[in-house]
Design a protein. Sequence first.
Length: 540
Amino acid sequence: MASPAATLPKAAHKPSALDTRWGKILIPSLSDFFFLAMIIWLFGVGQGWKTLLFDGDTGWHIRTGQYILQHGAVPYQDIFSFSKPGEPWFAWEWLTDVQYALVHARWGLGGVAVYSGLLICASAYTLLRVMLSRGANVFVSLVLTLLYIGGASLHYHARPHVWTLLLFAVAVGMLYRERANPSWAIWVLVPLVAVWTNLHGGFLAIIACTGLMAVGALLERWPDWKSSLRYFGLTAACLGASLLNPYGFKLHAHVYEYLRSEFIQEVVQEFQSPLFRSESTRQYEFVLLAAILCAGLLITRRRYVEVLWVGYFAHSSLTSARHIPLFLIVACPVVAEIGTELWNRYIANSPRKSIRHIFHQLSGDVSIGFRRATFWIVLATPLMVAAIPATLWPDDFAKTFPIRMVATHRERFNGARLFTSDQWGDYILYHLWPNQKVFVDGRSDFYGEKVGKDYLSLMNADFRWNEVEKKYGFDLMLLPVKWSLASVLKLSPEWRVIADDGTAILFERRQLAHSGQKNRVQRLMERNTAAESTRERTGK
């Protein structure tokens, strides 16, 4: 179903280099400059690329990728914890983990941050081009793209979900193109989903879109139900393609249980409803209200597919903040279409000498530059990244992590049964694995409710904390200074403070020093006994 294109005046102009075939290819476009401007705006000022390393999950993703490259196979059992050693584990983002490991081997953490940041910029660039390809006004599209960038910023981390931001924008563009002009190209989604499944679990979002498209098409053309069979078939094909992963259908069952877990929804912040208090959520709120109004208008036009998309992802984003970027990608093209209609009604039809009409002519001239894409974006991006000051490149995670503590006490941590936060567990894995394993890390889908409740009991120092502490036999505890458990351990006769740097405080069990000397003597005696036994058996 075609979208109304903007009615732009065709002003006469003299032939220029842009009118030639090679001129269109060789002369940089405004969309190229927009992409480069996003890099500078998002990562070339302030904290720069360092902002992408405020989440510690990047650490275990890198180590997982290194494990896969070393062993030539994905892990099927846990390799990181002492709380659930050898338990079944789904490394469902293994393909991104391998990419991170390869980039890290060449450029370190800074390279991983840049790689993730460029994917984020590419998602916004793709969304802009989706709106423009549907005939949306360039200024309306730019405003909505900026709102997307701001609204999705709460998930700007160097984690595998950045692939979903890009691929979902690409896939949604394909679906909108299919709505305007059905063609065989829509079946490219099937191999795309096959690859996407191994990059990040967000592949389920596009399967939801194709399923809703099938239902919406059925409602739009009822009782001609045959026309919707194409999209039911597409949904089935995409679902079948998603089985091409190392874990088969077991991955889908695992993801389903993970997403429906009430415990995860209650304790993991990104699975909770958004708090409309930050600048990013206010930008999301603006698009949300606009999309709901536009959906109401589309109902009167029997455009049920777009209505179902907006309704489904609006609900998902209101119940889980992690779905906000997906909603924005789906909703912005809808809002851009209606916004362009309003633009044409209010501005395009204004008197020719009015400021509004001049502004409309300007949008027409600018849109020509934005609708082109050239190879210069590929050549200029590395130069732009290299031009960013070295002070904005990260060599470690954010300062909220126990950087000095880990660097100073590496030997003390070695092999200890350490309790720390899940985020700091990620950091420990990045710096000390495989010599050091953790109680918990960022893999909330793996640890589940049982270990999760034990973790919360310790973190909050509730009535069970001492029981849980003895259950796991911790030797060391590395805690944020503001945790309740830190205050409790200071009063406990069983624990003593080893170090406190203002960010983290390290506790050691008091009998550990004495028992350490005792254990060393015991190990020496055991080795001597074993040596005697060997000599007796060999007769030497």
